[in-house]
Write a new protein. Structure first.
Length: 376
């Protein structure tokens, strides 16, 4: 367990006890979070935070020699991703800086908030901001990530006169992507900065409302004492218990469509959090097989051909055409992808497959699932 202390952390001192972009994704979503957490004793850095600091320092120095093997692999993935971004967005030869803190000012030139930039690549009219996420948690998607967007807006408005900012989240432990990236125009960044400055003022005001949610609550040190978080979790747990006990739709029928939509969102949030936590336990077990008592890591062995044509020849030679036919799998999505390259569009490819193969196709509807609808 982390030791609690009244002493200020190194981060608090560096940020002059003022808002920092690293906390914006939580604080902007729960305006009362900052006031509540400031009343609590500070907690010493966790092992994960200490590990992250070491990796960031190694990336700054481009020296991975003193890192443990697993940490060095994480750092190498970050370096590989950044190199790909530099090449993809034409930042070769740019001016580069690492681990620098930038400040926003009020009209009296007093510090108001800051952003620590992992890596900045600067060209005369463009900049690339890369943020390395070395932990196993999944950050908010770049489209709604306040930390990197606020950082880019500050740099473009107050430090460098650029027309465009490329913002990148590098997350080597993300299950789906090595990095996320988005380009912002100067006008978009200017609008973002107005929003950021408004939120910065709001989160420092007393008696702001607290709002429970998956992003802001996941790592909040105040959730053990936060009434809103407790009520939020109690309501979800009670609703689940009611439905299990009811074994029917009575509780659902009593809800309005809006309440049902909120409940599905909450359940998806809980599922996502559970998946993130399970991945963290798996990573701990990879480093220490005794880390999770009563559980052991298991892996499935997936087999595939290195030379499918030779494999087909060997099957035909050994067992005949019938065995080869039984073993052959035709992938319609792969066929449509290949045809799309020839025919020009995916729509034309699907139409062609339907025209030729419809007589030999059968269709089976999958189990229904809920997906978020998009408003036009």
């Amino acid at each position: 367990m982390k030791r609690r202390t009244m002493q200020a952390t190194a981060h608090d001192k560096e940020a002059e006890f003022l808002p920092s972009a690293s906390g914006f994704d939580s604080e902007f979503r729960c305006l009362g979070r900052r006031a509540l957490t400031n009343k609590l004793p500070k907690e010493e850095d966790t092992a994960i935070q200490v590990r992250g600091t070491k990796i960031h320092k190694a990336l700054e120095d481009s020296d991975l020699e003193d890192l443990a093997d697993s940490d060095a692999r994480t750092a190498s993935r970050c370096m590989y991703a950044e190199a790909k971004l530099v090449n993809e967005f034409d930042f070769e030869g740019a001016e580069v800086s690492w681990e620098a803190r930038y400040w926003d000012f009020d009209d009296d030139f007093k510090h108001t908030w800051s952003a620590r930039i992992d890596t900045l690549h600067l060209k005369p009219t463009r900049l690339l901001v890369a943020d390395n996420k070395t932990g196993w948690g999944i950050p908010p998607p770049i489209e709604v990530n306040w930390q990197v967007r606020a950082s880019a807006a500050l740099l473009a408005d107050s430090y460098y006169d650029v027309d465009e900012a490329i913002v990148a989240l590098i997350h080597p432990h993300h299950p789906d992507s090595l990095y996320e990236v988005r380009a912002f125009s100067r006008s978009e960044l200017s609008e973002l900065l107005v929003d950021v400055r408004g939120f910065v003022k709001a989160i420092q005001q007393p008696d702001q409302p607290r709002t429970a949610g998956s992003i802001q609550c996941q790592f909040c040190m105040a959730k053990r004492v936060c009434p809103e978080y407790k009520a939020h979790m109690t309501a979800i747990e009670q609703a689940i218990a009611d439905e299990i006990a009811d074994e029917g739709f009575t509780g659902l029928i009593r809800q309005s469509p809006s309440e049902r939509g909120d409940m599905v969102s909450h359940l998806k949030e809980m599922t996502k959090n559970i998946q993130v936590l399970m991945k963290q336990y798996v990573e701990m077990a990879k480093h220490d097989e005794m880390a999770v008592k009563g559980y052991t890591l298991k892996r499935r062995m997936l087999r595939s051909f290195t030379d499918e044509g030779e494999g087909m020849r060997l099957i035909r030679e050994e067992w005949g055409e019938d065995a080869l036919a039984d073993a052959t799998h035709v992938s319609l999505p792969d066929l449509e992808k290949a045809l799309a390259k020839r025919l020009g569009t995916a729509t034309e490819a699907r139409a062609a497959v339907k025209r030729v193969l419809n007589p030999v196709l059968k269709f089976k509807t999958t189990e229904a699932y809920l997906d978020e609808s998009r408003s036009l």
